[in-house]
Write a new protein. Structure first.
Ligand code: ATP
Ligand code: MG
Lengths: 260, 311
């Protein structure tokens, strides 16, 4: 059983994660083409983070395979993979005290192996600018607000400059304006730099407005995958979240009204 | 910072070699030179091993001694005397004792590390836990056996239970120096990868560092360093905690390019300085570990309190 032809994509087949008897990711087969803005939605505990960390080989799978551009992740060379795929995790805890710039510079490690060149400094500056962090570059992470820290960790992933970028809840702790500009940034990464960005989002309206494609998970299985028009429907969302919502069309976009 | 520390270290070594020498240079110099050599070798070994160990465990209060290296060393000496008598221990000589201690300590620690870290997601903390339990068991066994020894045998044994830099065998010193030099060089070559390891398993993996392979390599080097230092001079890990934390404090960074050499130089300063005080202040009437821990502790607390005021 081999991966896809040569097509640029992330593919999983029969991906399985089990903790004891509990199945968390249930034989999941997916194909995510390159160059898109992809969102993953699903209730708490649906398996979104588990899926992302398994794709990024941070968590060993109990079964099945992940391919990135046709190469099996479990046997890929760690440093080669780190130049193709970067991940922002949901929880970022550090045992050491670092400044924003030091943290973002670590994102260059797959390229620099710790010997920072002018090119690395340029990439770090670029990531800091992209996330509006230049004024905070010299500050220690423990001296930042939650949203500022979140942006610093995103900047580290950007500095890694990988083809595939996985972001687990990138909007965590961000205010309304910052959340919008983060989504705008994600779209620019795809359109201007040809990146594939896969984000876990909780706000279905952000997912609806900014994604090329949405993957809806429930209990470790894919309920729906496709463009927002086909996933953001009352039926799918009822199945995903187990709650009734109304869909409103506004300015050509489908918005979810979950207050009524 | 490094240069200043290096200067202090060299100054102290020169002072130690020359203080109060009245004639008889060709007797005193090689004698003291050997002691200083042992202090440099042991200091560098324990300091580098402690910094690397703390990076792996993401913990600034753990030292490799928690794994029971000291306890194992004392148990080996005690069992030797108990089972074969003090004559056997004396007959084995310095080199024989060194070889046996080194082989057993290295063998036991590597067996522990490699068997427990072999699995896919085994954690270093499990290894620590097992190490602590084994260390405690060994300590009780040692105590029990020592109670059963006759006073003469106990006297012979006691000479080996505390760290001592006097009477270090020159051949062993050269062997240890070569081993420590090699292991410290490898650790220093790994410094950038160690920097990434401070970010934790997941982030290090995401940045392309083979976490498990690096962990195994580093714990192996730590085991080599601590076993060699302990086999050479006795239970000696006490100052690792002090110099590692002082080094983080002085370096103001977690980059191993700085913390490793600063900790090693601090260790030399602390040991040689302590030995000078021991010989000339106390006339050998106490233990080096007592001086180092007491005075070093005061220095460290003063630094911490001064830092707390400035914040
Ligand atoms: N180490 C573990 N041991 C046992 N069960 C686990 C473990 N880690 C996660 N789980 C379970 O796996 C399921 C999926 O977890 P996951 O973190 O992927 O959810 P998620 O979709 O990211 O949720 P959230 O929106 O809350 O972040 C949950 O039911 C969780 O309880
Ligand atoms: Mg999650």
């Amino acid at each position: 059983m081999s991966g896809m032809s040569g097509a640029a994509c992330i593919e999983t087949r029969e991906l399985l994660k089990r903790y004891g008897q509990t199945v968390v990711i249930d034989g999941l087969s997916l194909r995510i083409p390159a160059g898109q803005v992809v969102s993953i939605i699903g209730a708490n505990g649906a398996g979104k983070s588990t899926l992302l960390t398994m794709i990024a080989r941070l968590l060993p799978a109990s079964g099945g395979t992940v391919w990135i551009d046709g190469a099996d992740v479990s046997s890929a060379k760690p440093d080669a993979l780190a130049r193709r795929l970067g991940i922002l995790r949901q929880d970022n805890h550090l045992a050491v005290r670092l400044t924003v710039r030091e943290l973002v510079t670590f994102g260059r490690y797959p390229h620099s192996k710790g010997r920072t060149t002018a090119e690395d400094v340029a990439a770090v500056d670029d990531a800091l600018r992209f996330l509006d962090l230049e004024p905070l570059a010299g500050r220690y992470l423990d001296e930042l607000s939650g949203g500022q820290r979140q942006r610093a960790f995103v900047a580290m992933v950007l500095a890694q400059d990988t083809e595939y970028i996985l972001l687990d809840e990138p909007l965590n702790n961000l205010d309304l304006a910052r959340a919008s500009s983060m989504m705008g940034l994600i779209r620019r990464l795809a359109r201007e730099r040809g990146k594939t960005v896969i984000s876990v989002l909780h706000d279905v309206n952000f997912a609806s407005a900014w994604s090329d494609s949405i993957i809806a998970l429930r209990a470790g299985r894919v309920v729906a995958q496709g463009p927002p028009a086909s996933v953001i429907t009352a039926e799918v969302l009822r199945e995903v979240y187990g709650t009734e919502v109304a869909i409103v069309e506004s300015g050509g976009q489908r918005l979810v009204d979950y207050f009524t | 910072m490094l240069a200043a520390l290096a200067l202090v270290a060299v100054g102290l070594i020169a002072a130690y070699l020359t203080i109060g020498v009245q004639g008889g240079w060709d007797f005193v110099l090689p004698f003291r030179g050997r002691r200083v050599g042992a202090m440099v070798v042991v200091g560098a070994a324990v300091a580098a091993a402690t910094v690397a160990f703390q990076t792996l465990t993401s913990n600034r209060i753990l030292t490799p001694s928690i794994m029971g290296f000291d306890a194992l060393f004392q148990a080996i000496a005690t069992v030797t005397v108990f089972a074969f008598g003090q004559a056997a221990m004396l007959r084995l000589g310095t080199i024989g004792n060194f070889a046996i201690s080194l082989a057993v300590m290295l063998g036991a620690s590597l067996a522990l590390f490699w068997s427990l870290l072999g699995g896919a997601r085994r954690s270093l903390h499990l290894v620590l836990l097992v190490g602590v339990v084994l260390g405690t068991m060994l300590r009780s066994l040692t105590l029990m056996l020592q109670r059963l020894l006759d006073p003469d045998a106990f006297l012979v044994l006691q000479g080996r239970l505390f760290a001592s830099f006097s009477g270090v065998n020159p051949t062993l010193l050269w062997v240890s120096a070569a081993v420590v030099c090699g292991a410290v060089t490898v650790l220093f070559a790994l410094r950038r990868r160690l920097d990434v390891m401070t970010l934790g398993r997941e982030t290090a993996t995401a940045l392309g560092v083979g976490y498990r392979a690096t962990t195994l390599l580093v714990v192996t080097l730590v085991a080599i360093l601590i076993s060699t230092a302990t086999a050479l001079v006795g239970p000696i890990t006490f100052f690792g905690l002090l110099v590692a934390n002082l080094a983080y404090h002085l370096a103001r960074t977690h980059r191993h390019a700085w913390t490793l050499p600063i900790a090693a130089l601090l260790a030399v300063v602390v040991l040689v300085g302590g030995q000078i005080i021991l010989e000339h202040g106390f006339g050998q009437r106490t233990l080096l570990s007592v001086i180092v821990e007491f005075l070093g502790g005061i220095v460290f607390l003063t630094l911490l309190i001064a830092e707390g005021r400035r914040r």
